[in-house]
Design a protein around this ligand. Structure first.
Ligand code: NAD
Length: 328
């Protein structure tokens, strides 16, 4: 099958090439998919995209005109694809439902530790030969109450790590896993109660209508002023402006995030020459109470290798005129 791979990043290409095994012809394009470059897909049977690629009704209609039949997502989240329109146009879409929840969960814990123990500031200071500990005091996680919003694959790994660290873990989920909860002493609570009681809140839900901007001013007001918020889900799960306002008003202590609601077309690119124009992103990057990583939670060898493997498996099934195992 001829496949055009949008948003192809140099670090993933060797993993994809390793998985082709003579089955498909992959063409790599570093640019993300938009209406402007969707026509490049003419002559390809399938495209492969990542989370920043735009696959709305307009783009899907262009892809349909270009006779593209399949879209193999290299991500878990699929909020960037209009599945209703894809189905109307008979374009099949499959994703990688799980590659390494450990990669994401471990990064989430890393963000919390970096923020709480002020590791980036300490490193910067030590490099300037300032070895004092002024303003580097954090808090023990042991014994703290930590809320995990979304206890699916990633959330469960976060819960297990926190359980091992001696935290009291709370969870909220539209389909709670009672067996898992009893094994790891996880208390399921309604969202409001979790927000009121938690010293740290992790976000690990998909972005959908029920989770869009679920952390807004109203919910931030329920949280402790001393609370840390960690987001490895999607930028759109929080209202970023509300979060910035809460930080400025000392209603929230810290926001550590791997995602940003307007990250598409920015994250994964080297903009060091041209700079960033988005004022909200600039504010996040310069804010003393914010730590931001550029959607890198999935970036482990194991995760990237598994993404490549499942993406190729999805394409293999379509080529064999079968349904892909992870079709949406
Ligand atoms: P999952 O489907 O296994 O788990 C999601 C959980 O959220 C489920 O248990 C579901 O019931 C729950 N949920 C859904 N809506 C909810 C709501 N309104 N309130 C409470 N709970 C709700 O998914 P996962 O593999 O754990 O991934 C979660 C999300 O993390 C993905 O959808 C993706 O957006 C994001 N993600 C980010 C990265 C990254 O690199 N930062 C990588 C992979 C996934």
């Amino acid at each position: 099958m001829k496949v055009l791979v949008y948003s192809a990043k140099s670090f993933e290409i060797p993993f994809l090439n390793e998985q082709i095994k003579g089955t498909h012809q992959l063409t790599y394009l570093p640019q993300r998919l938009t209406a402007e470059n969707a026509r490049v897909a003419a002559g390809y049977d399938a495209i492969s995209i990542f989370s920043a690629d735009l696959c709305d009704a307009e783009v899907l209609n262009i892809l349909h005109q270009c006779k593209v039949k399949f879209i193999a997502l290299r991500s878990t989240g699929f909020d960037n694809v209009d599945l209703n329109v894809a189905s109307q146009l008979d374009i099949k879409v499959a994703r990688v439902p799980e590659y390494s929840p450990y990669a994401i969960a471990e990064h989430a814990i890393g963000l919390l530790l970096a923020a709480n123990r002020k590791i980036p500031a300490a490193i910067k200071r030590a490099k300037r030969f300032n070895f004092t500990l002024k303003k580097l005091i954090g808090f023990d996680l042991h014994g703290k109450t930590i809320g995990v919003i979304g206890t699916g694959r990633i959330g469960k790994v976060i819960v297990r790590i926190l359980h091992g660290m001696g935290c009291n873990v709370l969870g909220t989920d539209i389909s709670p896993d009672k067996e898992f909860a009893s094994k790891y002493q996880l208390d399921y609570l309604p969202l409001n109660d979790l927000l009121r009681r938690s010293d740290v809140v992790f976000l690990s839900v998909p972005l959908n209508d029920s989770t869009k901007k679920m952390i807004d001013t109203e919910n931030l007001q329920l949280m402790k002023d001393s609370a840390y918020l960690v987001n490895v889900a999607r930028g759109g799960v929080v209202d970023t402006l509300d979060v910035l306002e809460a930080l400025d008003n000392d209603q929230l202590a810290f926001y550590a995030t791997d995602v940003y609601e307007r990250e598409s077309g920015v994250f994964f690119y080297d903009l060091s020459e041209e700079g960033v124009k988005d004022p909200m992103l600039l504010e996040l990057l310069s804010h003393p109470k914010v730590l931001l990583t550029p959607h890198q939670a999935f970036a482990t060898r194991e995760a990237v290798s598994r993404i490549a493997e499942i993406t190729l498996e999805n394409l293999n099934r379509w080529e064999a005129n079968e349904s892909a195992e992870f079709e949406l």
